[in-house]
Design a protein around this ligand. Structure first.
Ligand code: NAD
Ligand code: DAU
Length: 345
């Protein structure tokens, strides 16, 4: 692949910032344009370490705004360009409270981006989707790339819709897009509304840990760096029009996971508090990632038994990061570091 400029949408979020850190380490001669609206989930503090990297540039904007997308594409220059599309509203509980922002960011945003990227001409477009588009599994079986889409939450419905627009762009226009569908990620820089960072943050302060329903809901946990490496493999070796499932082959019930985090922290299980269930809660997700392994040579490298303690250690050592997120102070970073510059993006 000749591409040296990558537009990453949603690069200030959890997976996006880990992805950009990985590119800085492994593809240091690339140019990376991080295009992000800086919603509550976007945090430029996550990217402080790459701000000195010559290849990195931040552009603030909304994927569902044609003008903002055009400005981001302009910043990419005229040379060969590839796109990794991660910008999205990502939290299931928020989508239950209100679905419309999910339609706007995830569905409208994806279509606006697809149209602009098709007009611009891009070498490769990787659409980062989720295993949640397949709905819920019973006690047996795994999601494969041919499992029918059956989303159950407004979040997963919006992601499934965006997948269908990406599919249509490939079939109708020959647009060079791949779709990835990954299981639950954990690791540094995750917003503490999601289960693992929420539990770590609350337990540190001896606050209750809310467990939905009976706590026997199962997720297939994958360390975020493994997901980032899988996305890079799809970017560099994926076949346009194909879907790739990504997972950790690591199913853990929520209650067991929370007990493991408490054991690492040395905190009592009495902090666990069973609360009302999430409406429409999917019982079990599990991914068959055989296609990634057989066709692209990707496999997870991080074992849960080692990466979970590493993750807990990261959150307990990043006192300032966690405090800034919890107080909302992280939202000032753009204003102080970017907006005051005359050439602010
Ligand atoms: P996140 O919520 O941490 O980050 C999302 C980022 O997108 C934020 O920086 C936010 O500011 C930005 N954003 C939101 N709306 C935008 C818009 N309209 N325009 C521009 N930027 C916007 O999410 P994440 O967990 O990093 O997830 C990234 C992607 O990966 C999402 O598409 C999500 O569906 C997918 N995914 C996540 C997981 C997971 O476990 N977290 C697993 C599989 C797939
Ligand atoms: O499967 C991939 C998906 O994983 C991604 O597409 C989503 O963007 C990401 O948010 C994640 O979705 P989940 O809903 O699985 O993640 P969450 O961390 O919100 O919840 C994990 C499990 O823990 C789920 O069964 C709900 C439960 N839970 C969650 C929270 C926040 C609780 O029991 N208590 C909680 O307070």
């Amino acid at each position: 692949m000749t591409t040296q400029t990558i537009l990453v949408t949603g690069g200030a979020g959890f997976i996006g910032s880990n992805f950009i850190h990985m590119l800085a380490e492994e593809r240091g001669d690339w140019r990376v344009i991080n295009f992000d609206a800086l919603t509550y989930a976007g945090n430029l503090e996550n990217l402080r370490a790459v701000e000195g990297w010559d290849g990195y540039q931040f552009v603030k904007g909304d994927v569902s705004s044609e003008a903002d997308v055009m400005a981001a594409l302009k910043a990419c220059g005229d040379g060969p360009l590839s796109v990794v599309h991660m910008a999205a509203e990502s939290h299931v509980d928020r989508s239950i409270l209100s679905g419309l922002p999910f339609v706007q960011a995830n569905v409208v945003g994806t279509q606006v981006l697809l149209d602009a990227c098709r007009a611009r001409g891009v070498e490769r477009f990787v659409h980062v989707s989720t295993d949640e588009v397949y709905g819920s599994l019973g006690e047996e079986g795994f999601f494969t790339e041919t499992t029918p889409l059956a989303p159950n939450s407004p979040y997963s419905a919006s992601k499934a819709s965006s997948d269908l627009f990406v599919r249509a762009a490939f079939h109708t226009h020959g647009f060079p897009a791949c779709i990835t569908r990954c299981s639950n990620n954990y690791g540094p820089y995750q917003f503490p509304e999601k289960l693992i960072p929420l539990v770590i943050a609350n337990a540190q302060e001896d606050k209750d840990l809310p467990i939905y329903g009976d706590g026997m809901y199962v997720r297939d946990w994958l360390y975020v760096r493994d997901h980032c490496e899988a996305i890079l493999a799809v970017l560099e070796k994926g076949v346009p029009g194909e879907v790739y499932n990504i997972g950790g082959n690591n199913e853990v019930p929520n209650l067991e996971l929370v007990k493991e985090v408490l054991a690492i922290l040395g905190k009592p299980e009495s902090l666990i508090t069973f609360v009302a269930d999430r409406p429409g809660h999917d019982r079990r997700y599990a991914i068959d990632a055989g296609k990634m392994r057989d066709e692209l040579g990707w496999e997870p490298r991080y074992e849960f038994s080692k990466a979970l303690p590493l993750t807990v250690e990261w959150y307990t050592s990043q006192v300032e990061w966690l405090q800034q997120v919890r107080t909302g102070a992280y939202r000032d970073y753009y204003d102080t570091q970017y907006a005051s510059r005359t050439n602010a993006p």
